[in-house]
Design a protein. Sequence first.
Length: 82
Amino acid sequence: MVTVTRIGGLRVVIYSNDHRPAHVHVIGAGCEAVFKLHCPGGPPELRENYGFSRQALDGIKRALAVQVARLCNEWETIHGDP
């Protein structure tokens, strides 16, 4: 698991042994959410949520959208083509 960025106190990670399509796990505060990146230009899309409020998810999605190109590059570095 590689932490590729942080959103507030939350870690945004890509697992090195994970599957396609390109996605990130957002972990923290006892919660986890998975967002598909839709590389190369987004927008990120919620795939799974375990405990985050709708308000928190909206903020996470906005933060990921700003960084989606960089996150796609990180995915490609770890896994090859998104």
